[in-house]
Write a protein that binds this ligand. Structure first.
Ligand code: PLP
Length: 392
């Protein structure tokens, strides 16, 4: 980090949280696609799938319209029945729970760990019943879940595993890429994610049968050839095999993806640099910084989440956020505990106290900007503001 630290409160423009780094290559690619006469699902989507496959080392990939669609279709492929249970964490984005509900099953929550923020395998074990069909771990902030323990539980209890890799494209655990442990990995290329197609997602799997099925489900449930029908010279009939969805990715989106994926490690290195700078510069403040990455893992460095020591600060988390925004620093909250959201309270019957660790995090957590787009000056401004706000 080379820029000089400016005085607190002197930043002029607002630092937008999660603003993506888009280069001229993406812009030119989108323009080329627009001029090509083919902007729908086509060759660029296929190329993007192949590039992600090469990066992740799995056998099959299906690009879809969002990470939420990826989760939904992975769960649909499991053919869950009403009453079937899927275990996941209350410390995630609502899309994770909604996907389980839309796939016709019941989300069962298991508390997370206060340090790793990831689902606690011991808590999973306590929640397994005769109706449990799958575990849906979220590699929170890019930190891998305890996959040895988790896969051992899944094998022993014959449960499917769908990994929510929305934060974790680059994440590795004991030499293996996140998303390749379970039956499916679901990726997101939403604007704020590590690489982006504006909106987009992908399912990765080693099972060819499931990949074919997901591909059909993503396009109305029409037979496989439907994906190619517009590029064929002659009309080809399709057959409708399932009541599917409209979840296909377009070549406009893939135009961003094929360039972003090539830069994935460069972006990762930049975020790692920012992460270490924050670690050094924010130590000693009345807050808990993210736990250091574990041995033999690769952290995805997606979210730099800080837990405010609200007691020592005499301030709520929301007051901290307001003050940071007065310093023109945009922040995020990942996340408020899901079981306390009105809808899940109602349908799952939860109440305060059900998941103490998730609630502890929920009340204290805030996320500092960590995009590869951040300049050294931006990073200094974040640190200067955080120090001014969190000083007691
Ligand atoms: C972003 C996100 C999703 C959903 O991805 P979209 O592409 O926005 O639909 C799912 N799970 C988690 C943990 C996420 O952060």
């Amino acid at each position: 980090m080379k820029a000089p630290a400016r005085k607190a409160g002197t930043r002029k423009d607002f630092l937008v949280f999660g603003s993506p780094l888009i280069s001229e290559a993406e812009i030119q690619e989108v323009v080329k696609t627009l001029r090509s006469g083919w902007i729908g699902t086509g060759p660029k989507v296929k190329r993007f799938e192949d590039l992600v496959l090469a990066y992740k080392g799995s056998k099959h990939a299906v690009a879809v319209s969002s990470g939420s669609a990826a989760l939904h279709l992975a769960l649909m492929a499991l053919e869950l029945k009403p009453g079937d249970e899927v275990i996941t964490t209350p410390m995630t984005f609502c899309a994770t729970l909604n996907a389980i509900l839309h796939a016709g099953a019941k989300p069962v929550l298991a508390d997370c760990d206060r340090t790793t923020l990831n689902i606690d395998p011991a808590a999973i074990e306590r929640k397994i019943t005769r109706k449990t069909r799958a575990i849906l771990p979220v590699h929170f902030a890019g930190r891998p879940c305890d996959m040895d323990e988790l896969m051992s539980i899944a094998r022993r209890r014959k449960l499917a595993v769908v990994e929510d890799c929305a934060h974790a494209i680059e994440t590795e655990y004991h030499g293996r890429k996140a998303g390749t442990f379970g039956d499916f990995g679901a990726l997101s290329f939403y604007v704020t994610k590590n690489i982006t197609t504006a909106e987009g997602g992908m399912i990765i799997t080693d099972d060819g049968g499931n990949a074919d099925k997901i591909k059909m489900l993503a396009l109305h449930g029409m037979s496989k050839d439907a994906w190619r029908r517009f590029s064929d010279k002659f009309h080809k009939h399709y057959a409708v095999i399932y009541a599917g969805f409209k979840y296909n990715m377009t070549d406009i989106q893939a135009s961003l993806g094929i360039h972003q994926i090539r830069r994935i490690d460069r972006y990762w290195l930049r975020r790692q640099r920012l992460w270490r700078f924050y670690d050094e510069a924010l130590g000693g403040l009345p807050c808990t910084l993210p736990a250091p990455p574990e041995k033999a893992t690769r952290h995805g460095y997606h979210l730099y989440t800080v837990l405010a020591d609200t007691d020592r600060l005499g301030m709520t988390r929301d007051q901290v956020l307001r003050k940071l925004s007065e310093h023109k620093i945009g922040t995020g909250v990942h996340y408020r505990a899901l079981h306390l959201e009105p809808y899940y309270r109602k349908v799952l019957g939860h109440k305060p106290g059900d998941f103490p660790n998730a609630e502890y995090i929920s009340e204290r957590t805030f996320t500092l900007p960590l995009s590869a787009k951040l300049s050294d000056q931006d990073a200094y401004d974040v640190v200067t503001a955080a120090r001014a706000v969190l000083r007691r």
